[in-house]
Ligand binder design. Structure first.
Ligand code: NAD
Ligand code: 0WE
Length: 267
């Protein structure tokens, strides 16, 4: 159900950080809404290189009573450290982290993959995959004994999706990082998972050629015959970040209406 939120106390007393809200359509905001309704206290970061993002994120944070809005560029270690040190010291410990960030030069999301530039490869893998490692590394000393971390990925990582190109390679690195981080942090009780979402119309999806057709195709062929929504993603996020998923780590959890099932397009 589109605007339904789950009311539980699953996250009461838990404090965490969400990186990657741009506006009310962001998948990160869908997760924030569900966590807030489950009682979590949330800090937000915004990408300070984008104009007016601070105002937008502050407004959204205010609407759920969040006191903490900080700038963060995940391509900059100092910027990440400032966020973790500020919140780690203020809260004493951090219970959860949501990483909902991806970037590739627009030119790489169309045309021949063969022509991917070295510079764009570096920039995209850095912002979209390495940044998850960097964020957890900087947060590590503050993470609670049973802390959870979540990132967002897409089917174009493990499979070839036309035009996803360089972002697919970045998501493959991100998904592998989820498994290695889960293995590394598991002995400390920290869990690390990803949600692989179906296409959702967000800022990151706008301006991508043929996206509208992708959405339509998805809705007509996925077994659920539903478009993926930020509410679907938010509810799965609540599961993966809360004790409901105790024992689940290193997983790539598909929230795509079953669109990755072979033959789903046979309708
Ligand atoms: P979005 O545009 O709302 O979120 C992307 C965020 O990344 C923005 O807030 C942007 O400011 C941030 N960002 C980019 N570069 C950054 C940097 N250097 N430092 C800090 N922040 C930076 O779009 P979204 O669709 O909600 O994307 C969130 C995540 O979900 C991404 O990882 C994306 O790959 C993934 N995802 C999206 C879809 C979809 O169809 N929308 C599907 C599956 C997965
Ligand atoms: O991860 C994404 C998109 C991420 C993204 C989007 C942009 C657009 C604007 C990363 N970098 C940029 N850079 C920009 O300049 N998705 C999962 C959404 C998406 O993007 C596609 C898709 C899908 C789905 C691109 C091609 C094909 C399918």
């Amino acid at each position: 159900m589109e605007n339904e939120t789950i009311k539980t106390d699953l996250m009461r007393g838990k404090r965490g950080i969400i990186l990657g809200v741009a506006n009310e359509r962001s998948l990160a905001w869908g997760i924030a809404q569900q966590l807030h309704n489950a009682g979590a206290e949330i800090a937000f970061t915004y990408f300070d290189k984008i104009d007016k993002l601070e105002d937008k994120v502050r407004k959204l944070a205010d609407s759920i009573g969040s006191q903490h809005v900080l700038p963060c560029n995940v391509a900059d270690d100092k910027s990440i450290a400032n966020v973790m040190d500020t919140l780690g010291k203020e809260w004493g410990q951090i219970d959860f982290i949501v990483h909902s960030i991806a970037f590739a030069d627009k030119d790489e999301l169309t045309g021949r993959f063969l022509h991917t530039s070295r510079h764009n490869f570096h920039v995209s893998l850095d912002a979209s995959a390495y940044s998850f490692i960097a964020v957890l590394s900087a947060a590590h000393e503050y993470l609670a004994k049973d802390a959870t971390a979540l990132t967002l990925t897409y089917l174009g990582g493990p499979r070839v999706v036309p035009n996803y190109n360089l972002m697919g390679v970045a998501k493959a690195a991100l998904e592998s990082s989820v498994r290695y981080l889960a293995a590394d942090l598991g002995p400390e009780g920290i869990r690390v998972n990803a949600i692989s979402a179906g296409p959702v119309k967000t800022v990151a999806a706008m301006g991508i050629g043929g996206f509208r057709d992708m959405l339509k195709h998805h809705e007509q062929t996925a077994p659920s015959r539903q478009a993926t929504t930020k509410e679907h993603v938010g509810k799965a996020g609540l599961y993966l970040l809360s004790s409901l998923s105790e024992g689940v780590t290193g997983e790539i959890h598909y929230v795509d209406g079953g669109a990755n099932i072979l033959g789903s397009s046979l309708g």
